[in-house]
Ligand binder design. Structure first.
Ligand code: TMP
Length: 217
């Protein structure tokens, strides 16, 4: 039996995490079994890796290559420990970020060789690929404002990823545009600058046609 795999992507402050939860609620109300996950993280091992990548006091000197491998170590664990078994059991898996984040952040943002990035992703995911990817977009000023508000609300929680400069986040945004252009069937862009409800309403028409796939052998 096969479930459905939907990933959410976008820059910091695009509202992904909230939309993951809202969609999960909507799908559960229709009787579906839904699993929500996040990357990096989602497993005990992955959450330790997430801490190393983002908040550890010892991560200042992390190289782009180490970052690429750690993101994908977390992913390799999540795919095998959780995503594949959940899909095999016919669940809907909603993941807050997946491999497009690696292409956008480590490929375009950190400017690592895109072929190397692709190879590492392949090792991590094999043939476990999303059925649908929702790319939430906000104008960069909105994203920056939301990012600053989040940092201000958690003043003691340093996040190494958010310490990058403006040009890094501009390259990430260009990366996401390139990903969406390369795979328009899978990757659907949704403007997420409006209210939570309006964004939900824009997401649903992309999700609904996927539902008949569930349970197909
Ligand atoms: P978030 O959970 O708040 O979105 O934080 C995750 C951070 O990690 C975010 O800055 C994006 C970054 N990231 C990568 O750089 N590459 C990846 O492959 C993933 C999954 C996340």
């Amino acid at each position: 039996m096969k479930g459905l795999f939907i990933t959410f992507e976008g820059a910091e402050g695009c509202g992904k995490s909230t939309q993951v939860e809202l969609l999960a609620r909507q799908l559960r109300a229709l009787g579906h079994r839904v699993r929500t996950l996040r990357e990096p993280g989602g497993t005990s091992i992955g959450e330790e890796i997430r801490h190393t990548l983002k908040h550890s006091q010892h991560n200042q000197a992390m190289t782009a290559e180490a970052e690429l491998l750690l993101m994908n170590a977390s992913r390799a664990q999540l795919v095998r420990e959780t995503i594949r078994p959940a899909l095999a059991a016919g669940e809907i898996v909603l993941c807050d970020r997946f491999y497009d984040s690696t292409t956008a952040y480590q490929g375009y943002g950190r400017q690592l060789d895109l072929n190397v990035v692709r190879t590492v992703i392949e090792i991590a995911v094999g043939d476990t690929r999303p059925d649908l990817t929702l790319l939430l977009t906000v104008p960069s000023e909105v994203g920056e404002r939301r990012r600053a508000a989040r940092q201000a609300s958690l003043p003691f929680l340093r996040d190494r990823m958010e310490e990058a400069d403006k040009s890094f986040f501009e390259r990430v945004a260009r990366g996401y545009e390139a990903i969406a252009a390369a795979e328009p069937e899978r990757v659907r862009a949704v403007d997420s600058s409006g209210s939570l409800e309006s964004v939900c309403l824009k997401i649903w028409p992309f999700v609904q046609p996927q539902l008949p796939k569930i349970g197909r052998w």
